[in-house]
Design a protein around this ligand. Structure first.
Ligand code: ZN
Length: 368
């Protein structure tokens, strides 16, 4: 594969890990981000300890500065989100911190279902209260969300680690759409004035719904999709098993194609990698963690989208211009890089989740 030229991207969705693993995942992430040319990373909140207070985010910043130095990635900018909890006082203080500290915090984050670290807010009363608090505070910042509805998961298909496909059957596409419709409605009814970011939208139906609602809502809607929901599907379980278990799960080949097509039609606003590595022994355990490493795929993704007809301008818009506007107030300068995709970057994670797509998959030789 030849080198590809693109504007240094901004990734509004990475899980950099903290004290939860002995593997230096944050260091790996900045090394990979430097190699493929990232300009900025915005970090998710479900670290250990979680990023739910300004103090924790300041401590985190100091740590990340050291990591960046070690990774020789000092020029990559870093911000965090701040996590929303059940606690009313925490929510108010956290939202105030977003307003007062735009250099540190890119917005707030709500999990509407449990994912890694069980930060899910699962009660209607809390959803309503948190949107109401945003109204009372005239909050005009970015509100990001993990949108799945636990009650819509298919109870007749519980996850069975021996059959990775069950994860996609259980956490089905409908569950994403149901929670998305609900939260858009609540945000509208409670007069939200900020920017509604739907993270990692994985279903064509959810993209269609959000795209259509853009004109109907008094607030801005941003549709984020991931490289894996654009490039991978349930066929990848046959190769990687639970190592490609993620939330929301991989979808059918048809749905994956639908997400890619909508991307090419200009219906996806931003690409966020949802880079979320775990130690291999956890991925291979009877209770496999959800999340995969993703950052190294960027040059391959860029090349694939350009080959399939996306214009250079559109690629720049979804990977730099729009994330720059919403997460960095448009303050970052566009810079071109030329990068060759390097599958060797996956080695430190122990596997390459994209091996079926990038041509590196080596099937075992069959002796006859
Ligand atoms: Zn995520």
């Amino acid at each position: 594969m030849s080198a590809v030229k693109y504007t240094r991207p901004i990734d509004g969705h990475v899980h950099l890990r903290w004290l939860e693993h002995s593997i230096p995942f944050a260091l790996f992430a900045f090394q990979d981000a430097a190699t493929v040319g990232y300009k900025a990373l915005v970090e998710q909140v479900n670290t250990d300890p979680p990023l739910i207070s300004l103090d924790m985010i300041r401590a985190r910043k100091a740590y990340i500065d050291l990591v960046k130095k070690q990774a020789r990635a000092e020029d990559i900018l870093h911000k965090s989100y701040i996590g929303m909890t059940d606690d009313e006082g925490q929510v108010k203080t956290a939202l105030r911190a977003v307003i007062d500290n735009p250099d540190l915090i890119a917005g707030d984050k709500t999990f509407y279902v449990h994912s890694t670290a069980n930060m899910g807010l699962l009660r209607n009363r809390i959803w309503v209260r948190n949107w109401a608090i945003k109204r009372e505070m005239a909050y005009r910042k970015v509100s990001t969300s993990h949108l799945e509805d636990e009650n819509t998961f298919d109870k007749s298909n519980p996850f069975n680690p021996k059959n990775p496909m069950t994860h996609s059957l259980y956490q089905n596409e409908k569950a994403e759409l149901v929670q998305t419709e609900r939260q858009i409605r609540l945000a509208r009814d409670l007069e939200f004035e900020g920017i509604f970011v739907a993270h990692h939208v994985s279903s064509p139906d959810t993209i269609d719904f959000l795209y259509q609602e853009k004109d109907n809502m008094p607030f801005q809607i941003i549709i984020e999709s991931t490289p894996h929901h654009i490039l991978l599907n349930t066929d990848d379980y046959k190769i990687h098993g639970n190592r490609v278990k993620i939330n929301p799960p991989l979808r059918s080949p048809e749905s994956q194609k639908g997400v890619l097509e909508r991307g090419l039609e200009g219906k996806i606003d931003i690409i966020g990698t949802d880079h979320a590595p775990h130690p291999l022994e956890r991925k291979d355990s009877v209770n496999p963690s959800s999340g995969i490493p993703v950052i190294p795929i960027f040059p391959f993704l860029a090349q694939t989208l350009l080959k399939k007809g996306m214009s250079k301008g559109q690629l720049k818009k979804i990977t730099f211009d729009t994330p720059n506007k919403i997460f960095f107030s448009g303050e970052l300068e566009a810079e071109e890089v030329e990068v060759e995709y390097n599958p060797g970057l996956w080695d430190k994670y122990g596997y390459n989740p994209f091996s079926r797509r990038d041509g590196t998959l080596r099937l075992p030789q069959v002796r006859v």
